[in-house]
Design a protein around this ligand. Structure first.
Ligand SMILES: [Zn+2]
Length: 308
C-alpha cells in the first residue's frame, strides 16, 4: 500500500517514531483543536469529548507501528476518534455529513465506511492483505483517476458537477435527494453519474497503462462499485478543504465560485471533518481549556513514545 503522506507529515512521523517528545508535542498541538471540535460536535458533555480525544491520541501513539500512511494524518486521527465515539455511544452510527442526518433514512448503507476500517489497524491490515496485487493495483489506479477527476473540477471551476459527485460518492446520497439539493432533474444526476463512471474507467485504463477487458468494464457498473468509490473518496477525502482554504473562507478572501463551493461543503453538505477544522480555526487562541487538555494529553501519552 503506497503512502499518501506529504513529506512534512512523513518527517514529523519519523521524528515521533524515534521518540522525540518535541515532535510529539508539535503533533498534539497541531491536531488537538480540530479533534476536540469534532468530538464536541458529537458529544453533549465537553468532559466526555476531552476524554475521547485524549484516548484517541493514546491509541495513535500505540498503533504507530501499524500506520502505513494509507490516509493523511488528520484523516487517520479523525478515523480513530470517530471509532471511539461510535464505541462510546454503543455502536450508534456516526454520520460524516450533516446532510446524512437531515435526510430521511440518512445516506445509504455504510458498508464502505473508510473511517471505520482505517481506525482499526488489525482490520485494516487484513483488509489490505485480502486484496491481491492485481486488486491493489486497480485500487490505486482508481484512486488516482478519482483524484484527477476532482482536481479537474476544481481547475475548471466546475463546482456544479463536483457537488453532485461529492454527494454521490462521499455522502452516498440517493439520486432523488441529490436532484432536490442541486436543483436538477433526477435523470440529470443519473446521467452525470454514468458519464463520470465511464470517464473513471477510461482514466483508470490510462493510469494503469493497459486496456480494459470486458470484465473490467463491468467493474464500475457492478454492485459494490459505489461502495468502493465511496471508500476511496472518504479515505482520501478527495474533495475536503485545505486548512488554508478554510482560513481564507473565514477571512472572506476567496473568489466567489470558491466561496460558494466552500460554503456548500461546510454548511450544506456539512462535512464534519472540515467543520471541525472551521470550529478549531475560529476558536484558535490560547484559551485555557485547550492548554489544559494539551497538558493532559502530553502527560498521558509521552511515556508511550519509543516503546516497541
Ligand atoms: Zn470535508
Amino acid at each position: 500500500m503506497a503512502s499518501i503522506l506529504t513529506e512534512a507529515e512523513q518527517y514529523l512521523l519519523d521524528q515521533i517514531r524515534q521518540g522525540r517528545p518535541q515532535a510529539w508535542e508539535q503533533f498534539v498541538d497541531r491536531y488537538q483543536g480540530r479533534l476536540e471540535a469534532f468530538a464536541r460536535s458529537k458529544l453533549r458533555t465537553p468532559a466526555d469529548a476531552e476524554d475521547l480525544v485524549q484516548d484517541a491520541f493514546m491509541s495513535f501513539v500505540q498503533s504507530l507501528g501499524a500506520f502505513r500512511g494509507q490516509a493523511s494524518l488528520e484523516t487517520y486521527l479523525f478515523a480513530i476518534l470517530r471509532r471511539k465515539i461510535i464505541n462510546w455511544s454503543r455502536g450508534r452510527k456516526s454520520s460524516i455529513c450533516l446532510l446524512q442526518d437531515a435526510l430521511p433514512g440518512g445516506g445509504q448503507d455504510d458498508s464502505g465506511d473508510a473511517a471505520d476500517r482505517l481506525a482499526a489497524p488489525d482490520q485494516t491490515a487484513s483488509w489490505y492483505v485480502r486484496r491481491d496485487e492485481e486488486q491493489e493495483r486497480r485500487h490505486q489506479a482508481l484512486a488516482q483517476a478519482m483524484q484527477e477527476l476532482v482536481d479537474g473540477f476544481k481547475q475548471s471551476l466546475n463546482f456544479r458537477d463536483l457537488k453532485i459527485t461529492e454527494m454521490l460518492f462521499y455522502c452516498r446520497l440517493r439520486n432523488k435527494d441529490i436532484a432536490n439539493i442541486a436543483g436538477v432533474r433526477e435523470n440529470h444526476v443519473a446521467v452525470t453519474k454514468h458519464r463520470y463512471l465511464k470517464q473513471l474507467v477510461e482514466q483508470m485504463a490510462a493510469v494503469s497503462g493497459d486496456s480494459l477487458s470486458a470484465s473490467d468494464d463491468s467493474f464500475l457498473t457492478a454492485e459494490g462499485s459505489d461502495a468502493m468509490l465511496c471508500e476511496i473518496w472518504q479515505e482520501r477525502r478527495l474533495s475536503c478543504l485545505k486548512r488554508s482554504t478554510i482560513g481564507a473562507y473565514l477571512l472572506g478572501t476567496l473568489e466567489r465560485d470558491w466561496h460558494d463551493y466552500v460554503t456548500f461543503h461546510l454548511e450544506r453538505l456539512g462535512c464534519q471533518f472540515c467543520r471541525a477544522n472551521l470550529d478549531d480555526l475560529r476558536r484558535q487562541t490560547t484559551d485555557d481549556g485547550t492548554r489544559r487538555l494539551r497538558d493532559r494529553i502530553m502527560e498521558s501519552t509521552v511515556g508511550f513514545l519509543r516503546k516497541p
